[in-house]
Design a protein around this ligand. Sequence first.
Ligand SMILES: *[C@@H]1O[C@H](CO)[C@@H](O)[C@H](O)[C@H]1NC(C)=O
Ligand SMILES: *[C@@H]1O[C@H](CO)[C@@H](O)[C@H](O)[C@H]1NC(C)=O
Length: 264
Amino acid sequence: MQTMKVFVVLVAVFATEQASAAVNTNTLARALHNKLSSLLKPELVFPPVPPGGNFKVLPKPVTPKLDFLLVLDSSGSITAKHFEAAKDACEILVDYIHGQSPFGMYGSRAGLIEYSTQSKTHVEFSFGDYNTVSSIKSRINQVNFDNGGATATGPALQLAKTELDVKGRPGNVGVVWVITDGKSNSGVNPKIPADILRANGVTVCVVGVGSSVNAVELNQIGDSGCVYRADSFAQLKTAARMAYNLSQPRLSSGFFNNLSFKRV
Ligand SMILES: *[C@@H]1O[C@H](CO)[C@@H](O)[C@H](O)[C@H]1NC(C)=O
Ligand SMILES: *[C@@H]1O[C@H](CO)[C@@H](O)[C@H](O)[C@H]1NC(C)=O
C-alpha cells in the first residue's frame, strides 16, 4: 500500500514536469521578437545645439547599436547534431539584429564564447574580428563542438564580463545571450557574474533548452523578462526564424497589385 502511494505521487510529479516543459513555438517566437525589438527600438536623441545659434533642435530617432555576445554551451550532453541547430539559431539571431541595426566596424558587433569545462571555455571570436553579417555568420558556422565534460556557465559569464570590459564599445548596448541545455556544475555560481554584468548595464538573456535545465538557475542568470525555454534546439531554431520573420515588414500581395501604373 505504501509503495502504491509513492508510485502515484511520482507519476503526478512527472506529469507536471512534462506539462511545464512543453513550449509553444509561436509563444517563444513572439517573446524573442518582443525582446529583440525592444532592445533595438529607436530612441529619440537630441543632437548637440549649435553654438550661438537660436535654432530649434529636434530630436532624431537613433537605433541602438549592440555589442552582442553569444555564450554557447558546448557540453557533451548537447550532441554534435543539436549543436549545429544551436549555431543555426545563433546565425538567425544575428540576422535579426542586422535587419534593425546593421553589423559593421562602427555599427553593431558580435562575439561568441564557447563553453563547457573551465579549461575548454574560450572566446571563439570577439567584437571587431568580423565586421560584416556574412562573415559573422560563416564564422559561427565554423565553430566546432567541444563535447566538454562539464558545464561551467559561471566562468563563461566571467569571461563575458572581461570581454565586454576590454573590447566593448562605450555607447553600444552590451547584450550577453546564453544558450544552454543544462545546469552549471563547475566553477563560480553563474548568478554572481550575471549580477555583476547587470550592475554594469549589460542585458543578460538566457535560453534553456530541453528538460535538464535548472529553472531556478536560469532565472538567476537572465534578466527578468529575458529568460526563455525551448523543448529542443530544433524548436529554438524555428522560433528564431519565426521571430526574424515577424521583424520583417509585411507586404501582402495586394500591396504589389496596387502598385500599378496609372494612365494619365
Ligand atoms: C519565414 O519566412 C519565409 C519567407 O516568407 C518562409 O519561407 C518561412 O517558412 C518562414 N519561416 C517560419 C519558421 O515561419
Ligand atoms: C489596394 O488598394 C485598394 C483600393 O485603393 C485598398 O482598398 C486596399 O486596401 C489596398 N490594399 C493594400 C494591400 O494596400
